[in-house]
Design a protein around this ligand. Structure first.
Ligand code: PLP
Length: 407
């Protein structure tokens, strides 16, 4: 614990900020592992695969060739060209280079966009369950978070009527995330069109479409870019994406955004006075990832789908859990309402999903993230991006721990 006098010296904005709950849970799991406990973490949002060798080689070669200096603040021209080609190839969307922004991860792209546009009391609409960082980033940038809830019964899809209820002249952004973290929901073309229709009455509202899981869709589900469903909104949509999830490159920290040139120019200004630019060598790696052979992604998708089905098969054996089938991304967002009010073997009553996550960690050595972190309770998010043996073990231990609960 820090002494209070030191905490007081931290800015109010940072005092109000949470440490990312997914990172916090992962750190707890690592600390327990370091103490010798047998812990399996299902808490982090990253693939267990290695970055493909061709990408690593491209980075190595770039460094040897002297690509070790500052780059343009919001990305090397060659990488922006690769982003442009990728958007044309995968989404049939065309952008000029001055409509493309590169930063250190999709997280920083989102931060730069919010920092570049939000003034005090500007409102940003997000749909719960939402990715943990949205709310903190919005508040850090001075905005006000407006949460619209979705329901498991509606497949966690954003309800256009509910969006209409919260839009005001102060709304600056509406943030959409499909495929969704944590629910795996995919917003179909028709739903996106309906959302766009509601937004037609608010021409000043910007839309941020976070499409970072676009390549990770299962069964016959396909990702529809928001701009494809609403091409007439091109002058107010910023699409954000990155290489972290598609190419197992979370540590390289490269994300990108594409949108109206005035927003992109403002984002470049933020970047020039903060990070300066993203790592030059990582940019070369991202360029290779986006332009090189894409076949590995399809094979990873198949592996993830098998793991998803396997995990669901085990977890469904428990009468304590509700386990919907995600259409994309690599998380199960399990309902744990039946666990609430139950008694653990040590006699404690589980009062919230945080208690359930704590119980699973302390009793079964399984790290998960409570739905509360995503603005929706009582749920647990479990990542299935780990090898099938560990996944089998983890799911089995969850079912066993739940079986020990009594009412
Ligand atoms: N958006 C969503 C929905 C995410 O789940 C994540 C990471 O978990 C990000 C953005 C940020 O990704 P990165 O900063 O690694 O590119």
């Amino acid at each position: 614990m820090q002494p209070e006098s030191q905490l007081d010296r931290v800015s109010n904005r940072v005092q109000a900020m949470k440490i990312s709950p997914t990172i916090a849970m992962s750190e707890r799991a690592s600390a327990m592992k370091a103490e010798g406990r047998d812990v399996i973490s299902l808490s982090l949002g990253e693939l267990d695969f290695n970055t493909p060798e061709s990408i690593i080689e491209a980075a190595h070669l770039a460094a040897l060739k002297g690509l070790t200096r500052y780059t343009a603040p919001d990305g090397m021209v060659s990488l922006k060209r690769a982003v442009r080609a990728k958007m044309e190839r995968d989404s049939a969307l065309s952008f000029e280079l001055n409509e493309i922004h590169v930063a250190s991860g999709c997280k920083q792209v989102i931060y730069n966009a919010l920092a570049a546009t939000l003034d005090k009391s500007d409102e940003v609409v997000i749909f719960a369950p939402y990715w943990v960082s949205y709310s903190d980033l919005i508040e850090f940038c001075g905005g006000t978070v407006v949460v619209v809830h979705t329901s498991a019964g509606d497949g966690f899809l954003p309800d256009p009527a509910k969006l209409a209820e919260v839009l005001t002249p102060r709304t600056k952004w509406v943030l959409l995330n499909s495929p969704n973290n944590p629910t795996g929901a995919i917003y179909g073309r028709e739903r996106l069109r309906q959302l766009a229709e509601i937004l037609a009455a608010y021409p000043a509202v910007l839309v941020m479409a976070d499409e970072i899981y676009e390549q990770l869709t299962f069964d016959s589900n396909i990702h529809v870019p928001f701009l494809q469903a609403a091409p007439h909104m091109r002058d107010r949509v910023v699409t954000v994406n990155g290489v972290s999830k598609t190419y197992a490159m979370t540590g390289w920290r490269i994300g990108f955004g594409a949108g109206p040139s005035w927003v992109i120019a403002a984002m470049a200004k933020v970047q020039s006075q903060t990070a300066g630019n993203s790592c030059s060598v990582a940019q070369a790696a991202a360029q290779e990832a986006l332009s090189g052979d894409q076949s590995l992604v399809a094979s990873w998708r198949t592996i993830l789908e098998t793991r998803r089905d396997h995990a669901i098969g085990i977890l469904k054996l428990s009468r304590w859990l509700e386990v919907p089938q995600p259409l994309g991304a690599f998380y199960l967002f399990c309902g744990v309402s039946r666990c609430i009010g139950a008694r653990t073997p040590s006699g404690a009553i589980l009062k919230s999903d945080i208690d359930v996550a704590d119980y699973l960690l302390s009793h079964a050595g399984i790290a998960t993230v409570a739905g509360e972190a995503f603005g929706a309770s009582p749920f647990l998010r479990l990542s299935f991006a780990l090898d099938i043996k560990s996944l089998t073990d983890a799911c089995g231990r969850i079912v066993e721990a739940c079986d020990k609960l009594v009412r």
